[in-house]
Design a protein. Structure first.
Length: 313
């Protein structure tokens, strides 16, 4: 990095810091007071993007306490990765839990639904491995329940993929290949590349509980490879696709290409879904919303109320 770029970066950080100093919250003893949760969130984001974590964390924590989803999600990610603060699975869990408790009944069609589902997925991951700080032991049954809610009520393909893996392996749930395949199929229709790849591999190889359908399997693997380009999943998906391609005959390859072309002409089967809106631009606090009834996503759709599924305590 050149000296000019370094100096320029320092200047930007200093200008942001000076601007924030002029907007610093009032102090009452050792307690920070902001004019509003929205203002605290705005200041926290500005400080965060400038790398001024000492200013960002208190502001974001204030906003999070008043239910600002963006602040809660940002803090959860900061503490889970240790970005500018000591890494803490317990603190990350706390903020993901706040989101699940406060936004569990958000309409699955609301722009923030994806981020609420993300909190459920993160909580499930915590229950799968446990948290030493909280003396919380692994609980695969609880993890499966959280994923089931995100997969069925929110229809989140990431949760559907992880729940499918648990059914296929019999982790936290009775092993059920049919349900695992059903969840993969639901996520695959939403252009979730890992689900397309796993489903494609199962259909290509076949097995005791999966009827071999090589043309569909190869088509799903090819589609997954395209959708995974530029993502962290590309390498393992490409290996699965390359292995199947090397085993396929000319007729099988041609048949897979024909199936892909037919899929592209169907509604909802286009490549790569549109990127969802950021929680930072969809309103800072929960607004009154009409709760849309859960839409079943396969035979394992959750039948319990969303708020009940969110409670962990």
């Amino acid at each position: 990095m050149s000296a000019t770029r370094t100096f320029s970066g320092v200047c930007v950080a200093l200008l942001v810091a000076l601007a924030l100093v002029g907007q610093q919250p009032a102090l009452a003893g050792d307690k920070i007071r902001f004019s509003s949760a929205t203002e605290a969130y705005r200041q926290g984001l500005e400080a965060y993007h400038a790398g001024l974590y000492d200013l960002a964390i208190p502001a974001l924590e204030f906003a999070a306490r008043f239910g600002v989803l963006g602040a809660q999600l940002r803090l959860a990610k900061i503490f889970s990765t240790g970005e500018g603060v000591p890494q803490s699975d317990a603190k990350a869990f706390h903020y993901y839990q706040l989101i699940a408790d406060q936004y569990a009944d958000t309409s699955p069609y609301h722009p923030i639904a994806r981020y609420v589902a993300e909190a459920f997925i993160a909580l499930a991951a915590s229950h799968r491995k446990g948290i030493a700080e909280l003396k919380m032991k692994p609980d695969l049954v609880r993890a499966a329940g959280l994923l089931r809610h995100a997969a069925s009520y929110f229809g989140d393909p990431r949760a559907q993929f992880k729940l499918a893996q648990m059914y296929l392996a019999g982790e936290g749930v009775p092993k059920n290949t049919r349900l695992g395949v059903n969840w993969l199929a639901n996520a695959a229709k939403k252009q979730h590349a890992p689900s397309q790849a796993m489903l494609g591999d199962l259909l290509w190889r076949g097995g005791k509980d999966v009827r071999r359908r090589p043309l569909r399997g190869l088509a799903f693997l090819a589609l997954a490879r395209q959708n995974a380009e530029g993502t962290a999943d590309f390498d393992w998906i490409e290996k699965l696709h390359a292995r199947a391609e090397s085993e396929a005959g000319i007729k099988e390859r041609a048949g897979a290409v024909e199936i892909m072309a037919r899929w592209r002409r169907q509604p909802g089967m286009t490549l790569k879904s549109e990127k969802p809106a950021s929680p930072e631009h969809t309103g800072s606090t929960k607004s009154s919303q009409s709760v849309v009834p859960p839409v079943g996503q396969g035979a394992d759709a959750s039948k319990s109320g969303p708020a009940a599924a969110a409670k962990l305590r």
